[in-house]
Design a protein around this ligand. Structure first.
Ligand SMILES: NC(=O)c1ccc[n+]([C@@H]2O[C@H](COP(=O)([O-])OP(=O)(O)OC[C@H]3O[C@@H](n4cnc5c(N)ncnc54)[C@H](OP(=O)(O)O)[C@@H]3O)[C@@H](O)[C@H]2O)c1
Length: 336
């Protein structure tokens, strides 16, 4: 029997999340040809999980009831007859947009229309002890990581990879200056990939305690016109991001965790003579590439210093909402 969280509606996680126990699990001979049965060992939360659980906003509607969460890691228990990429015993990490890879290939990028079909919103996600996933919903986990850090990769790390290497001819490397905002998941992942690529990274934070952890991860203090600015605040922070980017540098408009503010006109890109690039995550190929990069560079993804059990997922959502976390809010599912 499995345990899982279900999102029944979008009235906020306190109301809409329901914990279920004794959920039946199919046996290996009951699997469909395209099913992969995975025992989940760990999961983690993104800001999107708060948005999806709340009143319908930028992410759009859910398909209820749906298991929330897109980040997770586990072990393959059994596979259907048409599965070629995985075998029982493989360690796997989930993919946020498997429907995109199924319909348009591993190199395809998400459009806004794809958002409603993503894991933890349109299809069942990772806050469960056992579940069936499609082949394109999984990739092999890094050899070098334990379950908890492996369970933080799905959303933020391909995003970081796309941000730093996605625009050909402008990849980050030695001599590149990168500015990241805050100590949330996507910012810290980008920081760590950039440092491993040899770039110089400056980070902001509202917390002195979190600043100490940023220093441990190798951030610098000096500022200059940045080659790459990772903007997660949205309209509230974009004017500062545009002021911080160098001539012909890039502002990556990725998020909107900041407060409400007037829309920043496109015309500002001309006044600051820079590239402004928006995108939604990375594709399945980029998740595989960043996993290879993590193994090669021996990166240890930074995680929060609190770990929640699956049954405590609402506490995990609270920690995320209150912005008490560093990098990623962790949920342990099964470690044996
Ligand atoms: N487009 C994409 O591909 C993509 C992919 C992933 C995430 N995102 C988006 O990126 C945003 C961050 O996601 P996440 O999961 O990393 O969130 P998160 O883990 O909840 O990060 C929140 C952190 O952002 C910082 N922050 C909050 N308000 C800020 C402000 N006004 N100015 C500067 N920093 C601020 C704070 O850091 P301190 O506590 O250190 O101050 C806060 O702890 C979300 O909007 C998410 O939807 C986009």
């Amino acid at each position: 029997m499995a345990r899982q969280w279900i999102l029944n509606s979008q009235d906020g996680f306190e109301t809409s999340l329901e914990y279920q126990q004794n959920v039946p699990v199919p046996s290996a001979d009951q699997l469909g040809p395209t099913d992969v049965l995975v025992k989940m060992h760990a999961a983690s939360l993104n800001y999107r999980e708060l948005v999806i659980a709340g009143p319908i906003g930028v992410n759009g509607p859910i398909t209820p009831p749906v298991v929330p969460g897109c980040d997770g890691a586990g072990i393959v228990e059994a596979v259907g007859s048409s599965i070629h990429e995985f075998r029982p015993g493989d360690r796997v990490v989930t993919v946020c947009g498997p429907k995109i890879a199924e319909s348009r290939g591993d190199d395809a990028f998400a459009t806004v229309a794809d958002v409603v079909s993503m894991m933890g919103q349109g299809i069942d996600g990772t806050l469960r002890s056992m579940g069936i996933f499609a082949e394109k919903a999984l990739v092999h986990a890094p050899r070098s990581l334990d379950w908890l850090p492996a369970a933080t990769l799905t959303c933020n790390w391909p995003t970081a990879y796309n941000a730093l290497f996605g625009l050909k001819g402008r990849e980050a490397g030695p001599g590149t200056w990168v500015l990241v905002q805050g100590t949330g998941g996507v910012s810290v992942a980008t920081l760590q990939v950039a440092v491993a690529a040899g770039a110089t990274v400056v980070a902001t934070t509202s917390s002195e305690k979190k600043a100490a952890r940023l220093r441990e991860l190798g951030v610098s203090h000096r500022g200059r016109g940045f080659d790459i600015v990772i903007d997660v605040g949205g309209n509230e922070t974009l004017p500062q991001s545009l002021a911080a980017v160098r001539v012909d540098g890039q502002v990556l408009a990725l998020g909107q965790v900041g407060g409400t503010a007037d829309n920043v006109p496109m015309y500002m890109a001309l006044l600051h003579t820079c590239i402004v690039r928006g995108f939604l995550g990375g594709n399945r190929s980029q998740l595989k590439e960043v996993i290879r990069f993590i193994d090669e560079k021996k990166i240890s993804p930074a995680v929060d210093d609190v770990v929640f059990e699956l049954a405590e997922a609402k506490d995990a959502y609270r920690r995320l909402k209150e912005k008490k976390h560093f990098a990623k809010v962790l949920i342990r599912i099964d470690q044996d």
